[in-house]
Design a protein around this ligand. Structure first.
Ligand code: NAP
Length: 337
């Protein structure tokens, strides 16, 4: 029977307790628990994203039915397929599509998934590096592609700003932007502790998060040619107010807040675009384009954002560290150690 991390509703919470809504534990599951999707994958690697950390620590908002196997990133090899698109032995990856939300995810030695949004693992990416990039990297790539389509041009005085910079999405966004020759500023709450890490990824300027946390003017000095925002809230509002004329701000995250407590001034007076980025439901063409971009990153650049690798049994502890802001970069989960 495959081993998997199963998330179950927490009876203590149901009785009015203030403990987490769900619990998570490694269990052996019957193959019938995996569902009836057409492609059976031997999962080798997964990773811990912000969403995974929320799900594994029992926080509400991610897992919408229980019991459910967690894990939004899957890398592995097809064992069986009734979908003619895929054959046994093919190396594949899959991100999002509701895994760990409404359908079983990838923290499982075996997973059953639909074939329509599977992506062939690019030949130059090892399974471990593909998992190191994971949803965070793929989302960073979607943001990068959006900025590129919008005609991003940066200079030393007008870099592109990446917020939540030490996180998974932020770290890979810096790698991609720097690899394309852009000037990058990294906004972080940990400038002293992790400034060198961010400079190592390619950030030219480190900006203390405190600079963008207060309520300020609706239009401020134009500092950024574009923005990758993973934080939301007042930081996003200030980033919009500091974006140069005709710049694009991609918003993909809410690590700080889901609120948007701002004005329309940047849109109507500076022609700024706020571009939402979703990875979960993205079509397969967008997935292939994003993964093609990620596969072109040199392996040692990917290793630079890979903070650690844990076995399946270590995933829950690693999730607690990520939620407690004691982690940075990416955490790979070796599902089959
Ligand atoms: N739209 C999508 O499809 C999609 C896909 C992936 C992720 N996301 C979202 O993007 C966000 C980032 O994901 P991730 O995987 O990069 O998470 P992560 O690895 O946990 O990184 C989040 C980073 O945000 C910063 N941060 C944490 N708490 C903050 C606060 N209270 N205020 C401001 N900044 C704070 C920290 O960076 P510093 O210490 O450097 O400030 C932290 O490293 C999450 O909200 C996630 O749900 C969305």
């Amino acid at each position: 029977m495959p081993r998997a991390i199963v998330i179950r509703s927490n009876p203590a919470h149901e009785h009015g307790d203030d403990r987490p809504v769900n619990t998570a534990a490694v269990e052996e599951v019957d193959e019938s628990f995996l569902g009836d999707d057409p492609v059976l994958v031997e999962v080798s690697h997964s990773s811990i994203n912000y969403k995974d950390a929320m799900a594994l620590t029992g926080l509400p908002g991610i897992v919408r039915r229980t019991p459910l196997i967690g894990g939004i990133d899957l890398v592995g090899t097809v064992r069986q397929s009734s979908d003619p698109l895929w054959r046994p032995g093919e190396a594949v990856l899959l991100n999002g599509i509701g895994m760990s939300e409404t359908r079983n995810g990838a923290f499982s030695e075996l997973a059953r998934v639909p074939g329509d949004r599977l992506v062939a693992l690019p030949s130059c990416l090892s399974p471990a590096r593909a998992a190191a990039l994971g949803t965070a990297g793929y989302t960073a790539a979607l943001c990068f592609l959006r900025l590129r389509r919008a005609g991003l041009v940066t200079g030393p005085e007008r870099p592109v700003l990446v917020t939540g910079a030490t996180g998974g999405v932020g770290s890979v966004a810096i790698l991609l932007l720097a690899a394309a020759g852009h000037h990058v500023a990294a906004l972080t709450g940990r400038p002293e502790e992790l400034g060198d890490y961010l400079r190592g990824l390619g950030a030219e300027r480190i900006v203390d998060r405190a600079e963008l946390c207060d309520q300020r003017g609706a239009l401020q000095k134009q500092r950024w040619s574009g923005v990758v925002d993973t934080v939301g809230g007042q930081v996003l509002v200030n980033a919009l107010a500091q974006t140069a004329y005709s710049g694009t701000v991609t918003a993909c995250g809410l690590a700080g807040s889901p609120a948007l407590p701002g004005t329309v001034m940047p849109f109507i007076l500076r022609n700024v675009t706020l571009a939402g980025v979703d990875s979960v439901e993205a079509p397969v063409e967008a997935r292939r384009e994003a993964w093609g971009l990620l596969a072109a990153l040199p392996g040692e650049r990917i290793d630079a954002v890979t903070a650690r690798t844990v076995p399946l049994d270590g995933a829950i502890g690693a999730a607690e560290e990520l939620i407690g802001h004691r982690a940075h970069g990416r955490t790979v989960v070796e599902v089959r150690a």
